[in-house]
Design a binder for this molecule. Structure first.
Ligand code: PMP
Length: 296
């Protein structure tokens, strides 16, 4: 463990030019009453990091389970007593100037930073359908969280902001709804929730999996994973985005058209409150989603 400004990378690191790396974003939630910090779904995030590394053919130097313990140790060492964000990053660190995945020294870092407020407006976001599409799996694997895959979402986000929107919804190359720039999407039609399947070029979010569990618990009905067409964005009764950074936020507008009656969806707001309470263990459900950093 070293101070952040001593954690350096060479300008010749292979990953900097070629995006040959994979990363995660994990939240830690502070509960003042318990005087405890909880890591949310750390095991699931490290399991995904391991899968991403496998897809890229990179070696994770430490098993996923040990990384949860290391992360808790890092938070303790920094005496973190506030909400925080944890950024594990596995990159081709070797100073190799050629393009390839094999035989380059990899390095795993884990960095901690205080959570920088709300990433997107929790009261509701206005989205545009981006002109930038998701890369198909045949070009860049989307179920791996690859550093180099984020130029498309970055362009889409800037395009959305330039056009006066808050966020972009990206389609697959063949025009099906995939996801937002760093969050997954759910739509409600009557009493049915739908979300694009993992095979539609999305990153299969850990929050998406939690939302599916919470929706089924709340409604007694599982959300349906199916292909979604663009026009369904204009006819749904409710829409939400979910992800580690976004948590759960209502979509109130798409391409200038109101979603439902244009007000944040009631079930979306409830999901957001529930998920935050579970993350801080203020709600006793799903303790398996959280790992205490100081206690136990
Ligand atoms: N899609 C993309 C492209 C993302 O970068 C993220 C953030 N990791 C998500 C979806 C949401 O995933 P998660 O809920 O695991 O944070």
């Amino acid at each position: 463990m070293v101070p952040q400004d001593e954690a350096r990378v060479s300008v010749h690191a292979n990953a900097l030019a070629y995006g040959a790396g994979t990363f995660e974003g994990i939240r830690a939630w502070w509960n003042a009453e318990h005087e405890e910090l909880y890591l949310l779904e750390a095991a699931a995030h490290y399991a995904r990091l391991e899968r991403s590394a496998r897809i890229l053919g990179l070696r994770l130097p430490v098993p996923a389970a040990a990384l949860v313990r290391l992360t808790a140790q890092l938070l303790r060492r920094n005496d973190v007593r506030s909400d925080a964000y944890v950024r594990p990053l596995l990159i081709q660190h070797g100073e190799v100037l050629t393009v390839r995945m094999h035989d380059i020294d990899t390095r795993l870092s884990i960095a901690v930073t205080p959570t920088p407020g709300d990433y997107i407006d929790p009261d509701g976001v206005r989205c545009m359908v981006s002109s930038w599409r998701r890369t198909p799996d045949s070009c860049t694997p989307n179920r791996a969280k690859v550093t180099g895959s984020y130029s498309g979402p970055s362009l889409a986000k800037t395009e959305a902001l330039d056009h006066g929107f808050d966020e972009a919804i990206m389609l697959t190359v063949d025009g099906h709804v995939a996801e937002a720039t760093t969050s997954n999407l759910f739509l409600r039609f009557g009493d049915e929730w739908v979300t694009p399947p993992g095979t539609d070029d999305i990153l299969e979010g850990i929050t998406r999996a939690q939302v599916m569990v919470l929706l089924e618990e709340a409604t007694g009905k599982a959300a349906v994973q199916r292909r979604i067409q663009r026009s369904e964005l204009y006819t749904c009764d409710e829409a939400l985005l979910c992800g580690t950074a976004a948590i759960v936020v209502p979509v109130v507008e798409v391409d200038g058209r109101r979603v439902g009656d244009g007000a944040p969806g009631a079930s979306t707001l409830l999901l957001g409150t529930t998920l935050r309470a579970i993350a801080r263990r203020q709600d006793a459900r799903h303790p398996e989603w959280t790992t205490p950093v100081y206690g136990e």
